[in-house]
Design a protein around this ligand. Structure first.
Ligand SMILES: Cc1ncc(COP(=O)(O)O)c(C=O)c1O
Length: 365
């Protein structure tokens, strides 16, 4: 018996064949595989902010003197600062090491073996990932050809075992938003509804004010995209007060680093600068969308996020992804039952769009 055969039987049965989450390719891993220098790679595969974070963050981190001290586990200052920005009471806010980990804590809080999570696919894969880790049952409902959710199907999917409903708006990877009436219809079921607004700053649409009226609504946000803090990992959620206390109780201690805390403070102190960058990305989204429409073998879908989803109408998305990667342009590609032959391209700076379009024009499929 090999060591792995022996020890494998101690892994929980439902996790033995678990394939995990497929994260985006990092440029560091591409040495020798691309025709450009690694620092010339154009990264349009993870919806990061190509302008980086606020310069104030870099300055403050360079002189941070307290990196040897654990952050405040109660997140008092962080919750107060986020409360002003999100316009929600501080006691309802919980911050996390990226909003991903808040999704994970939420699933741990609500889901036991066999409990059901309603999902609207295709969507952000972490809802599936966390549900399966907790041995919950994912109940997938389909979206239509424009990726709108099917509210009736979602409501119809409710059973006595339903514990959570997840909804990303704008949706990743399709970029469309869910109309407020549809979200309200889900909230009115009385079940816990998680509205994931990781891309809110690019859509300008939010259901945050509804958290005052509905005690089953949870709104998640991220600093990764609009504030350019993906590498520092910080997100937050606004929860009903009772759920916020439960989240604070089950979260891993000190789950937001001192560096991330500093970055949040400085970002919120530099809103005009960061909002200017968001505006530039929104303008570039419009330009990239019209440029993509000039490529007749791609079908670009309208987006309210910082990326554009495209169906690949000729050849394979996997090949296209490889060919673009060879030229130093990274995009995300999908080819699975939920997301057939398609790519998702993050919005970059104007020169990134130009390089992408040039590369697309050169590629023969
Ligand atoms: C819909 C959605 N929610 C949440 C996240 C997680 O963001 P983070 O963990 O970086 O805050 C992402 C990241 O891609 C996302 O697309």
């Amino acid at each position: 018996m090999t060591e792995s055969e022996g020890i494998e039987r101690y892994i929980q049965p439902h996790l033995r064949g678990f394939s995990g989450y497929s994260a985006s390719t990092s440029p560091d891993t591409l040495k020798g595989k691309v025709d450009v220098l690694l620092d010339k790679i154009i990264k349009m595969n993870a919806n990061e902010n190509p302008y980086g974070c606020s310069p104030k963050v870099i300055k403050a981190l360079a002189k941070a003197a307290n990196l040897n001290i654990y952050p405040d586990d109660g997140q008092q200052e962080l919750r107060r600062l986020i409360s002003e920005y999100a316009k929600a009471p501080a006691q309802c806010i919980v911050a996390g090491h990226g909003s991903n980990t808040l999704i994970d804590f939420l699933v741990r809080l609500f889901i036991g073996p066999g409990d059901e999570v309603i999902n609207a696919v295709p969507t952000f894969d972490i809802y599936r990932f966390s549900t399966q880790i907790c041995n919950g049952t994912l109940v997938n409902t389909s979206r239509d050809e424009k990726f709108n959710i099917d509210v009736d199907a979602m409501i119809h999917a409710i059973t006595p075992k339903t514990r959570l409903i997840f909804l990303a708006t704008p949706n990743n990877p399709t970029g469309n938003i869910t109309p407020r009436e549809d979200i309200l219809a889900l909230i009115k079921t009385g079940l816990p509804v998680v509205v994931d607004e990781a891309y809110y700053e690019f859509s300008g649409e939010t259901v945050m004010p509804l958290t005052n009226d509905y005690k089953n609504l949870i709104v998640l946000r991220s600093f990764s995209k609009w504030a350019g803090l993906a590498g520092l990992r910080v997100g937050y959620g606004v929860f009903p007060a009772r759920i916020a206390s439960a989240m604070m109780a089950i979260k891993i201690p000190h789950n937001v680093s001192v560096a991330a805390e500093i970055a949040v403070r400085e970002s919120l102190d530099d809103l005009v600068y960061l909002q200017g960058r968001v505006k530039a990305l929104i303008a570039e989204r419009t330009r990239m969308f019209s440029e993509l429409q000039g490529i007749n073998w791609l079908k670009a879908y309208p987006s309210k996020a910082n990326f554009i989803y495209c169906a690949v109408l000729k050849g394979s998305a996997g090949d296209l992804h490889q060919k673009l990667q060879k030229k130093g342009v990274l995009v995300r590609y999908f080819d699975n039952p939920l997301l057939k032959n398609s790519i998702r391209i993050s919005i970059g700076k104007p020169e990134h769009t130009d390089a992408l379009i040039k590369a697309l024009r050169q590629i023969e499929l």
